[in-house]
Design a protein around this ligand. Structure first.
Ligand SMILES: [Zn+2]
Length: 115
């Protein structure tokens, strides 16, 4: 399991995107993508899939021990992008602008996504 090339297949979802959770414990929740793990193909989504994280105190990093609420990873296949234009969950298409930039677009309303 060290096939970086196939793991770099486009995920369609990037850090900062708004996504909707389509299945699992946090089904129906919408939030911002906090991080993407392209190798495991998971994302963490703001306030979704909250897990209890048991942490050890680490005084040098000023971390207190105990049980914290943290966002847990969700499989990318279980979330969908939410379009900033039409506000619906959607799939992203790709298009090239006249200036040559490649952008993602909403398949429903053709609104382009930032970045
Ligand atoms: Zn749209």
């Amino acid at each position: 399991m060290n096939d970086t090339k196939t793991n770099r297949a486009p995920l369609g979802i990037r850090h900062g995107d708004t996504v909707k959770v389509m299945s699992g414990r946090s089904k129906g929740k919408t939030g911002k993508v906090l991080s993407v793990n392209p190798v495991k193909r998971t994302v963490t989504v703001e306030r979704a899939n909250i897990i209890k994280k048991h942490t050890r105190p680490n005084p040098s990093k000023n971390i207190r021990g105990g049980i914290l609420d943290r966002e847990g990873p969700i499989q990318i296949s279980n979330v969908m992008l939410v379009c900033p234009g039409c506000g619906k969950h959607t799939r992203a298409g790709h298009t090239t602008l006249p200036d040559g930039a490649k952008v993602r677009v909403c398949r429903r309303c053709n609104q382009t996504f930032e970045n």
